[in-house]
Design a protein around this ligand. Structure first.
Ligand SMILES: O=P(O)(O)OC[C@H]1O[C@H](OP(=O)(O)OP(=O)(O)O)[C@H](O)[C@@H]1O
Length: 382
């Protein structure tokens, strides 16, 4: 469920007076949910930005081709922010937890542990295509051919993967020449013969100022792959060629790039993104101010509200009494002091006296996260 910050997200009630210490004992463990929640939230914010620019620059989102075999449905927005974060996090466990958080909103990911986590813990079959990636060159598979062998390295990628999507990092030496001379002239016929959709070459710059380099690359490619204008007057490269920016992507740079593309009349559909450290690592518990506080205590059989209210920071005031999460006039809010009716509480019991009483599958989590988005992008429940 999408809940604004500063609301109650979970409550823990002690059911055995002999274990009065248990709730606080669990605090440290339970508060660790701050991490996947923050990854999922930031990834969802980036999805909103991408959809916003797609609409602004004339993409017909409702008629985008399905990217998955029936009965699964996913439009290509699901691959517009790809998880490149596995190498940039502190452990494989972090990659698994954060990577699954990103998959709530997108389907593109190179973080295998995230995919395994979604399958294992949320009981999704592999065939549900929770997360996928594409064949892609990395610098070593290009530079091993030597500086004079870059064209042959590129050609090798196109011929090894003659169908579907293939991404090729193109900045090993000179990204501008790679776009204009190698892709645009020497290999143009092979690129243009790729059957699209879904087949396409995805050119990857991986250095330079992210804000500028994407437009520079699009402009260079446009010299030999003439773009068409969509209904809103924005340029689109031929469907067999696209660009991925995977270096230095954060919420801020993603917005800057899309804004700069819009300024230069390039449609957002020409580009997709890869994000690593900023997606999975560059955040902390205070990003969304996630905390766990005592709000009620039973003394001599009588409940008593408990709270803190530091004079030095009003923002740290905690909620008191029994808490409920409710929807009032369409807005989610927290009721304190036992107010509100039990049946209006959006919080549900998930664990009681040693037993898990409710579970959620990954499809249901995704459906919740898509609520409030302009366009739902996937239906991959199985
Ligand atoms: O969002 P980020 O955390 O920056 O992750 C993405 C980056 O990771 C990889 O490069 P890497 O940093 O391994 O090396 P390079 O940039 O020197 O090629 C990739 O080529 C991207 O540039």
């Amino acid at each position: 469920m999408v809940v604004p910050v500063k609301n109650v997200l979970m409550t823990v009630v002690n059911t055995d007076p002999k274990c009065f210490w248990l709730t606080n004992y669990l605090e440290t463990l339970l508060v660790q949910v701050w991490y996947p929640m923050t990854v999922a939230t930031q990834s969802r914010e980036q999805k909103k930005i991408i959809i916003d620019y797609l609409l602004k620059t004339g993409t017909d989102l409702k008629n985008m081709p399905n990217e998955l075999p029936a009965p699964l449905k996913l439009i290509s927005v699901g691959y517009q922010l790809n998880d490149f974060g596995c190498r940039g996090v502190s452990s494989m466990e972090t990659a698994a937890i954060g990577g699954a958080g990103h998959l709530v909103n997108f389907a593109g990911s190179d973080t295998m542990p995230g995919l395994c986590m979604a399958i294992d813990y949320y009981k999704q079959p592999l065939a549900a295509c929770i997360g996928t990636s594409v064949p892609a060159a990395e610098h070593s598979t290009i530079t091993s051919w030597g500086r004079d062998g870059e064209k042959d390295a590129f050609k090798n990628m196109l011929t090894q993967y003659p169908e579907g999507i293939v991404a090729v990092v193109s900045d090993s030496y000179n990204i501008y020449d790679a776009c204009e001379k190698l892709w645009g002239k020497e290999l143009k016929d092979i690129v243009a013969s790729r059957k699209a959709p879904p087949g396409k070459l995805v050119v990857r710059p991986d250095s330079g100022d992210p804000k500028k380099i994407v437009v520079e690359v699009l402009d260079r490619l446009a010299k030999n792959f003439p773009p068409t204008k969509n209904a809103a007057g924005f340029k689109e490269l031929p469907p067999y060629i696209r660009v991925i920016q995977g270096d230095g992507i954060s919420i801020e740079s993603l917005r800057d790039i899309l804004e700069n593309m819009t300024k230069h009349k390039w449609a957002a559909t020409n580009v997709c993104f890869g994000s690593g450290g900023a997606l999975l690592q560059k955040m902390d518990r205070d990003t969304q101010k996630c905390a766990f506080k005592c709000c009620e205590i039973i003394v001599d059989g009588k409940p008593r509200p408990v709270y803190k209210d530091p004079v030095t920071d009003q923002g740290k005031k905690s909620k008191q009494g029994r808490l409920k999460l409710v929807r009032q006039n369409g807005k989610i809010t927290t009721l304190t002091d036992g107010q509100g009716a039990e049946e209006d509480d959006l919080l549900v019991e998930v664990f009681c006296n040693g037993k898990v009483t409710k579970t959620f599958d990954f499809g249901a989590v995704r459906t919740e996260a898509e609520k409030g988005m302009v366009v739902p992008i996937f239906d991959v429940k199985m």
